[in-house]
Design a protein around this ligand. Structure first.
Ligand code: UDP
Length: 315
């Protein structure tokens, strides 16, 4: 039985990862400050004696004896990470330093949840890992994008300088149950609006694209990455290459929910990337043929079911 630390374990992705790790017979410590996450995401796990919740902010050091660390802690939705940009960048950078220091001391393996945001508003399409990105260093998204870019640098340097066993995954847009109702990202916004019969808010013309990955596919990819051959450090893209415009997404969600909602257009936020699509050939090659297995409609149906239950409970 391995002891695994998951920072940000009560968050949307972290909660799914904690569950999978427990199901596979690991002991899990879930670290979270609950800024953008929710205890309700992990409440079902608390009856498992091999699961431990710790309220902690990774901008402060943390010590525990573990074999593996998944470093996920950081608000990831623009409205949350832009709420306190200095804190966001501290979470990425100080958090990475503290967790890498812990991994070094324990000789533990550590995986960084990086992001497709490191590619910024990409000039290359689809994005491969060797693309350096097109990121504004002083924009609204910079606290998140540059924080995550610097965290990647720290991971690589701890490996080069201190031989820490690191892994980096770059996560593309992901959705699924356990997203916050008020998360602010597009899939949860559209589903909640459709279920409530409210206007569907498309920012800009709706022609911008994203590639949406269902959370179970991501968790599978992250776990395969942690167990991949020691010389493979990444970064590796994890995402679903099927690309959709926001207009297509809105129409699909309206149809799946049989909603009466109308589409309205609001101003496009500054620095909003036009296009994003992962090239996942490296993940396929290095992670035993990993590729997403759940396509958009199927994943949306599961997510709609989750939000429907959640909204009924709170109404
Ligand atoms: N978006 C939208 N309506 C919303 C929320 C987001 O049209 O209610 C757009 C947003 O401008 C962006 C895309 O959907 O072009 C994805 O936004 P999200 O915040 O989900 O992720 P990110 O921009 O970080 O990829």
């Amino acid at each position: 039985m391995k002891k695994v630390l998951v920072t940000g374990g009560a968050g949307f992705i972290g909660s799914h990862l904690c569950k999978r790790l427990l199901n596979e017979g690991n002991e899990v410590i879930c670290l979270d400050n609950y800024f953008s996450s929710n205890k309700s995401n992990i409440i079902d796990l608390t009856s498992n004696p091999y699961f431990e919740m710790v309220r902690h902010d990774i901008t402060q050091p943390y010590f525990a004896e573990v074999d593996e660390i998944y470093n996920l802690a950081c608000p990831a939705s623009p409205i949350y990470y832009q709420h306190d940009p200095i804190k966001t960048i501290q979470t990425s950078i100080l958090g990475a330093i503290h967790m890498l220091g812990l991994a070094k001391r324990l000789n533990a393996k550590i995986l960084q949840a990086s992001t497709s945001e490191v590619y910024g508003d990409p000039l290359v399409h689809p994005q491969k890992e060797d693309y350096w990105g097109n990121v504004n260093p002083i924009g609204l998204r910079s606290c998140y994008d540059e924080g995550k870019r610097c965290a990647e640098t720290l991971f690589i340097d701890y490996n080069l300088q201190n031989n820490v066993a690191i892994k980096i995954v770059r996560i593309f847009n992901t959705y699924g149950p356990n997203m916050n109702v008020n998360d602010g990202r597009v899939v949860s916004n559209f589903i909640v609006q459709a279920l409530k019969g409210e206007d569907i808010t498309i920012y800009g013309d709706g022609e911008q694209t994203r590639s949406f990955q269902y959370v179970d596919d991501l968790v599978e990819g992250m776990m395969r990455m942690m167990q991949s051959e020691p010389s493979f450090l990444g970064p590796v893209n994890l995402g679903n290459p099927n690309e959709f415009s926001m207009l297509q997404l809105a129409k699909t969600i309206i149809s799946l929910t049989n909603s009466t909602s109308k589409i309205v257009h609001l101003p496009l936020p500054k620095d909003d990337p036009r296009q994003r699509q992962p090239d996942i050939s490296l993940a396929k090659e290095k992670l035993n043929g990993w590729q997403p297995t759940i396509q958009l409609e199927e994943g949306l149906k599961k997510t709609i079911h989750y939000f429907d239950k959640k909204l009924k409970k709170t109404s």
